[in-house]
Design a protein around this ligand. Structure first.
Ligand code: ZN
Length: 337
């Protein structure tokens, strides 16, 4: 199976949202911190299955969010919960432009796996009204629950045109640290795993790359590969009380990562050389992972955390403020957005 990362714009987030989970960075900070932003890429994935055809994992954002914030979110609490310039989407990075480069059109996409309902993952769903939307039952059932007591998990405009929901239960066999799974097509090519914490029913997809290689498309269960070192690097938890659930999920991913030879983990917003390298490698090699790219990813992992997933102190992220005094800085050990 071929997997193509699609860069669908970028999002501006507070540094603490990405890296402040151990420092008590809270939803209040999320709303109030306007001085230490970073830009991170947004990735969806085009998966070309040999018999099922093309499908997506997440959709990224759409122009209505990026260019018309107030019109899109106006009259809802989202207008204030998100920043006017929260998203940046150049025309050539729109998902339909990305698909066209791979010879596909939105109407070709019959299935979309939604890792979770956050806006940077489902904003372009309205482009795919005929696709079946596959997601965990936990996420589906929580669609009207409130993030931080304020914002519905699934923003109405982004999901209004969906006609076919397919909530799934993880009733399949255990894999690694996961007590259940869901084999989407019954052939082992795409196996969904429960990775809650970042949202109530966050889901990751274990996909076959061929040649004995697999990728865990992790959505936001991990923001970057560094977040596998969960005792040292943690993202902020949006849901109240989610930290133990989130930590448990990362430990299960660690277990899977240790157990499965040939596995690479691909978060949606990885702005480290690891994430950027895998994205480039998959695109350059037409959706496959070469030996060299795999070796480079494993070398980066070995330099980043030890076998117990403790972070190499030299890889500890730090915020680097804008030298010109602006509100958007960078992070050590990343390649930018
Ligand atoms: Zn995200």
């Amino acid at each position: 199976m071929k997997v193509f990362p699609l860069r669908v714009g970028r999002t501006k987030v507070p540094y603490g949202q990405f890296y402040g989970g151990h420092d008590g960075f809270s939803v209040l900070d999320l709303a109030g911190d306007k001085s230490s932003f970073i830009w991170v890429p947004i990735h969806a994935y085009l998966i070309e299955h040999p018999t099922v055809g093309p499908m997506l994992l997440d959709t990224g954002i759409a122009p209505a969010q990026a260019g018309g914030h107030d019109a899109y979110y106006g009259g809802t609490v989202m207008q204030y919960f998100t920043d006017e310039d929260e998203y940046d989407l150049p025309a050539e990075e729109r998902i339909e432009a990305q698909l066209a480069r791979h010879g596909r059109h939105p109407e070709d996409i019959r299935h979309i796996i939604v890792t979770h309902f956050h806006e940077d993952h489902i904003g372009a769903l309205p482009l795919f009204p005929d696709a079946e939307i596959v997601l965990s039952r936990g996420e589906y059932d929580a669609r009207d629950s409130l993030i931080a007591g304020l914002v519905p998990l699934a923003f109405s405009k982004s999901v209004a045109q969906v006609r076919s929901w397919r909530p799934v239960d993880f009733t399949g066999p255990e894999i690694g640290g996961f007590e259940g799974s869901y084999d989407l097509f019954g052939d082992g090519s795409v196996v969904l795993l429960p990775t809650p914490g970042h949202s109530p029913g966050s889901t990751s997809a274990l996909v076959e790359l061929g040649g004995g290689r697999r990728a865990l498309l992790a959505g936001d269960a991990l923001y970057t590969v560094r977040h596998l070192a969960v005792d040292d690097v943690m993202q902020m938890q949006v849901q109240n009380g989610a930290k133990p659930v989130f930590t448990d999920t990362v430990r299960r991913i660690q277990w899977l990562h240790r157990l499965l030879p040939g596995l690479v983990v691909l978060p949606a917003h990885d702005h480290t050389p690891y994430g950027a390298g895998l994205v480039r490698a998959l695109l350059d090699a037409e959706g496959e992972l070469t030996d060299a790219a795999y070796a480079a990813a494993k070398a980066y992992e070995a330099e980043t955390f030890d076998p117990a997933y403790r972070l190499n102190p030299a890889r500890r992220p730090r915020f680097v403020p804008d030298p010109a005094g602006g509100t958007v800085g960078t992070v050590t050990g990343t390649v930018g957005d």
